[in-house]
Design a protein. Structure first.
Lengths: 245, 828
């Protein structure tokens, strides 16, 4: 069976591209590569790509509003088409800002209420009974510890409450987001955006593994095999051991 | 030049005018005379500008070179020693770690945000122009007190964070300290480390073979005449390597930067604001990617970033290393301002620019790659065999300087040194004034000070006797900026980007050194599967103990450097090499020269004995306002390696922060003769309580340090080390109290600890480490320590505050809160 294909977008100024690619490649049996220009897109006809990630960073320097320039680049037309066809899209940090700026997700990201860049490990809780391509439908609450690193992470929710669903909320809302929202998806659940970085918390050596929660859900829903002896493989075994107790 | 013959009076007038001009570009009267003699003619304005910049202290190290040559720089694992943009050591098989530290003190005082940001930008370029991908930034900061310093603290930290975060290099550590002596001259020293495959190290040269040039053309070009086709073809020989400029366009920013950084501050310093450069981290990120790709594809011959003195220094330094000449047509430089003058092109310190040498065949490919990365590029000149630095502007020759004049023949000064004994006598006791009481407050309240003095005065007071008073003042002690948590600063820094940070700022794990795992791209594919668990780890530590060094530059610098080396060892690593950033006052003061010379010898004693060679460095002199120099601050950065992720040792028993631990016993591991290796009178505690420090600074005991290093490595190998923290600022006791504050815990002291003299617990110097681990209770391990001349003293148990009576628990909780919150108010 051929491996499913994943794309990690690179805009000028993206800087979480390498770690995001590794996050996928280290844990999942996926064919992952970068997409940074028209040429790369032409190699990817409709139906070719199963997963798209917009990684963090400072696309085009973020000198206008964070994500504003990237949202208007030709790469996003491709993402729009793929997302409409149901591909699983995840925007992390700057990726989330780009998704909101491009209208793929509703709402906007404003400057943090504390008016400064913040890097910190924060606790978020995953909402119960909401489903997305990147999160499981939970029956009980789940706490995750992930790092945030942003200057514009203050999510301003849209008026229309049914235009999105909330996936994660901060336990301590230091950025000032509407209803403490840390991550959302579109109503269909295939486009997800979040400020915390799961890709930086998926390795026990670095002292944080909760980001694997999202890869676990993705792998389950898309039927992607998990690489043996990977952090995700170990994480699943431990989780299973806990569940059988 | 005038066509009619000049009268002697006119000649004298002309010379006086030229001298004034030269002084404006930073040359002294003697230096100007030297230049005229070396040239055998009157220099042009541009030649004066170029020489002024390159002969500045900042570029030429003219006052320190004599002393720097004593440094121990070679060991088998050194791949590149001093002389290049950064030093490189082999960190794993076939992988080099390039690193360097540099100062950006003067600009940061004038314009803190941009000054600090561009400091980070400059040091990043020094590392990636050698082909290394930056993996970690550190910063060493020094502030004084009062309102303006509160402003400086806030904005330098923002500048450092915003720049590093945007480029995508994690800022993982460093050291921030406070001393009234920095109030008018803060220090901002930035450190970057990067990884490069050892066969891909890149150096700043112009051609592959060193030539024997010396076909000087000055005589035929001067006095300046319009260019002819014939002359052009002589200057731009066909087939020769081309000089190619890429990066941001050139503007007027930073003109005179190198001369400013080589000067002391006076009342006119505010007028220098326009000479501070402005950083653009997005441009830097693009420059980083295009540079590494150019080097990987082997498209360029040599490369150098344009740092201090911009195009001038990069062009001349590359020519100097290659023994050839260069010609630059200034009108070909991408400019962002119209009508730049020739000397402005030459001295501009506009940021994010590179100069490289390429063969004519590859130039189009280089320009095309730059275009793809949206980076401006242009051929601006050529390499030739003249041995001269030649510049054209508006089709006229404006500068023809033999490269040797600018490099080897730059002035070298052997300034007078104060007699060592006289220096020691004068500095046997150093004092601080009453602390400022607004803005950044770095001292204890007067009543607290008096109350603490009562229990700290006598050398025979036991800790048991002193503790009730100390405990009462715990919140004030923990809120002193020097002891308080630096999290309010470091939360501006993204420390986890790139996904390899094991211990840095605001990470779940913490350690005595900053720890960054080797990136997967630098290990063979076959090792990738087990990589995440077994990869080697880069360990980094940087800082300086300025008060010890002020009392005794020789022994103080040795102790200060040894303390950093101990941080690497405590994290589970082996120190490999170091870089330095020597911040001092004016070399024209004999006492300052004594500090420079002795500090160099002190650092060097550690380098030689502990085999930690010095592979790169930077000197920042004239850090003084009026006649008062800063405390001598030779900042050192040490790079080491932990052989495997699994051998990493944390500095807190639980390895995770903010996690109330169950009981953990903490032991003091130190030399048996600790009392003679440490001194209470030179400690932070004595400084804060008595407002003075006294010598002597104990001489470093390298033998006992080596015993300690070996013993710690053994314990780590046998997995007996749960944690290892270095007894640092404030001695053993402040280190213990900090551990309690960081874990929101309390300490239950052992009877052995309570019986110690309180001064012993606050003493600083070669004060050992604080370790934990269940096996340490074993008598056999105590015996092994004893055999090495070391001892293990049980100090305290780290316990949950909730296990204490409410009143006592309250004090510990207040101390933790003060510790965390003290510096927060400066970042609102």
């Amino acid at each position: 069976m051929t491996r499913q294909k994943a794309a990690v977008l690179q805009f000028p100024g993206t800087n979480c591209d390498q770690d995001t690619l590794r996050w996928l490649a280290r844990n999942l049996d996926l064919d992952v590569s970068f997409v940074r220009n028209q040429e790369d897109i032409e190699k990817r006809p409709p139906g070719h790509t199963a997963v798209i990630i917009l990684p963090g960073g400072f696309s085009f320097g973020d000198y206008l509003r964070a994500g504003a320039l990237a949202a208007r680049s030709p790469l996003m037309d491709w993402v729009r088409r793929e997302a409409a066809a149901g591909v699983a899209v995840l925007g992390i940090c700057n990726g989330f800002q780009i998704l909101c700026e491009s209208g793929l997700l509703p709402g906007a990201l404003a400057p943090n209420v504390i008016r400064q860049h913040v890097h910190e490990f924060v606790t978020i809780h995953a909402e119960i009974s909401v489903a997305s391509r990147w999160t499981p439908k939970l029956t009980s609450g789940q706490l995750l510890t992930l790092p945030i690193s942003c200057g514009m992470g203050n999510f301003v929710a849209p008026r229309k409450a049914d235009s999105f669903q909330t996936l994660f909320r901060y336990t301590l809302n230091i950025l000032g987001s509407s209803e403490s929202i840390a991550g959302i998806s579109n109503p269909e659940g295939n486009i997800v955006g979040m400020m915390p970085h799961p890709e930086r918390a998926s390795d026990p050596t670095l002292g944080a593994s909760d980001g694997l929660f999202m890869l676990d859900a993705l792998a389950t829903q898309l039927g992607i095999p998990v690489r043996a002896d990977s952090p995700l493989d170990h994480w699943r075994k431990t989780k299973h051991a806990h569940n059988t107790h | 030049m005038s066509s009619s013959p000049q009268t002697p009076a006119e000649v004298g007038k002309e010379e006086k005018k030229q001298l004034e001009l030269a002084q404006g570009f930073g040359l002294s009267a003697d230096e100007f005379k030297r230049l005229r003699e070396l040239l055998g003619r009157s220099p042009s304005l541009e030649e004066i500008a170029v020489t002024g910049a390159l002969w500045s202290e900042h570029c030429s190290y003219k006052s320190s070179r004599v002393h720097l040559s004593r440094f121990h720089t070679q060991e088998p694992w050194v791949l590149q020693g001093p002389g290049e943009n950064a030093g490189i050591v082999e960190i794993a098989e076939g992988v080099g770690l390039a690193f360097k530290m540099e100062s950006h003190n003067h600009p940061s005082y004038i314009e803190p945000y941009q000054g600090a940001a561009t400091g980070v930008g400059g040091i990043l370029r020094d590392v990636f122009c050698m082909g290394a991908r930056p993996i970690a930034n550190l910063n060493c900061l020094r502030y004084g007190e009062g309102d303006y310093n509160a402003h400086l603290l806030k904005h330098t930290v923002r500048g450092i964070g915003d720049y590093g975060n945007s480029v995508g290099v994690p800022t993982v550590g460093g050291q921030t300290r406070f001393h009234h002596g920095y109030s008018k001259n803060i220090l901002v020293n930035a450190f970057t480390a990067g990884l490069v495959k050892s066969d891909a190290i890149f150096r700043g040269k112009l051609q592959n073979d060193s030539t024997q040039p010396r076909q000087q053309v000055a005589s035929r070009l001067l006095p300046a005449q319009p260019m002819t086709a014939e002359k052009r073809s002589e200057l731009f020989p066909s087939g020769a390597n081309l000089l190619l400029y890429f990066g941001s366009a050139t503007g007027r920013d930073g003109v005179h930067g190198a001369t400013m950084s080589s000067d002391t501050f006076d009342d006119a310093s505010a007028a220098l604001k326009p000479t501070v450069q402005v950083g653009d981290p997005f441009a830097e990120k693009k420059l980083l990617e295009v540079t590494l790709e150019l080097l990987e594809k082997k498209l360029v011959v040599g490369l150098q970033d344009m740092g201090a003195a911009g195009l001038t220094s990069s062009g001349v330094e590359m020519a100097g290393r290659s023994g050839c000449g260069v010609v630059i047509d200034l009108n070909l430089i991408p400019a962002r301002t119209a009508r730049l003058k020739a000397f402005e092109y030459l001295l501009s310190e506009s940021q994010e620019r590179m100069l490289c040498a390429v063969t004519p065949e590859k130039a189009p490919a280089v320009i095309e790659l730059c275009r793809q990365h949206q980076v401006a590029a242009a051929v601006i000149g050529s390499v030739n065999d003249t041995g001269e630095f030649i510049c054209l502007h508006n089709d006229e020759v404006v500068c023809v300087l033999p490269v040797g004049i600018l490099t080897d023949n730059a002035p070298k000064y052997t300034w007078p040194l104060q007699d060592r004994d006289a220096y020691l006598r004068e500095h046997a006791r150093i004092e601080r004034p009453l602390p400022a009481d607004s803005g950044l407050k770095i001292g204890l309240p007067e009543e607290t000070r008096k109350s603490l003095a009562g229990v700290l005065e006598s050398a025979t007071t036991s800790f048991a006797q002193a503790w009730p008073v100390l405990q009462k003042h715990l919140p004030e002690l923990m809120s002193l900026p020097v002891h308080a948590s630096k999290d309010p600063l470091t939360r501006h820094y993204c420390s986890t980007v790139q996904g390899n940070t094991i211990a840095g700022c605001q990470t779940p794990r913490s350690s005595a050194a900053a720890l960054v795992r080797l990136d997967e791209a630098f290990v063979p594919e076959s090792a990738h599967d087990t990589f995440a668990r077994n990869a080697p780890v880069v360990a980094l530590a940087a800082g300086c103990q300025e008060r010890w060094i002020e009392i005794d530059p020789l022994h103080g610098a040795a102790q200060s450097t040894l303390l950093l080396s101990r941080r690497i060892v405590a994290s589970g690593g082996r120190p490999l090499a170091m870089t330095d950033c020597l911040n001092f006052g004016s070399p024209r003061q004999p006492a300052v020269m004594r500090q420079i010379s002795d500090a160099i010898d002190g650092i060097n004693s550690v380098a030689k004995t502990m085999r930690i060679p010095i592979v790169s460095g930077n000197v920042s002199l004239n850090n003084q306002t009026g006649t008062t120099p800063i405390p001598p601050t030779p900042m050192v950065g040490i790079a080491g390696v932990v052989d495997s992720c699994q051998r990493v040792v944390g500095d807190l028993p639980s390895l995770t922060k903010n996690n109330s631990t169950s009981q953990h016993r903490l032991y003091w591991l130190c030399a048996k003769n600790t009392d003679s290796l440490t001194n209470f009178a030179m400690s932070e505690m004595a400084w804060n309580v008595f407002h003075k420090n006294n010598g002597p600074v104990p001489q470093a005991d390298f033998a006992s340090e080596m015993q300690m290093n070996e013993f710690l490595a053994e314990l780590n190998q046998q997995q007996h080390l749960n944690s290892c923290a270095v007894a640092g600022c404030g001695g053993v006791l402040m280190t213990l109290l900090t551990m309690a504050a960081r874990t929101q815990s309390a300490l239950a002291f052992t009877k052995e600890c309570l019986a110690l003299h309180v001064q012993t617990l606050f003493a600083e110097g070669q004060a050992g480490v604080i370790v934990s681990g269940p096996a340490l209770a074993d008598q056999r391990i105590a015996g092994q320590a004893d055999a090495r001349g070391l001892r293990l003293v049980p100090l305290a148990d780290l316990i949950s505050c909730d296990s204490l009576a409410p009143t006592e628990s309250q004090v510990w909780k207040a101390a933790s809160a003060q510790y965390s919150d003290s510096l927060k108010s400066f970042f609102r």
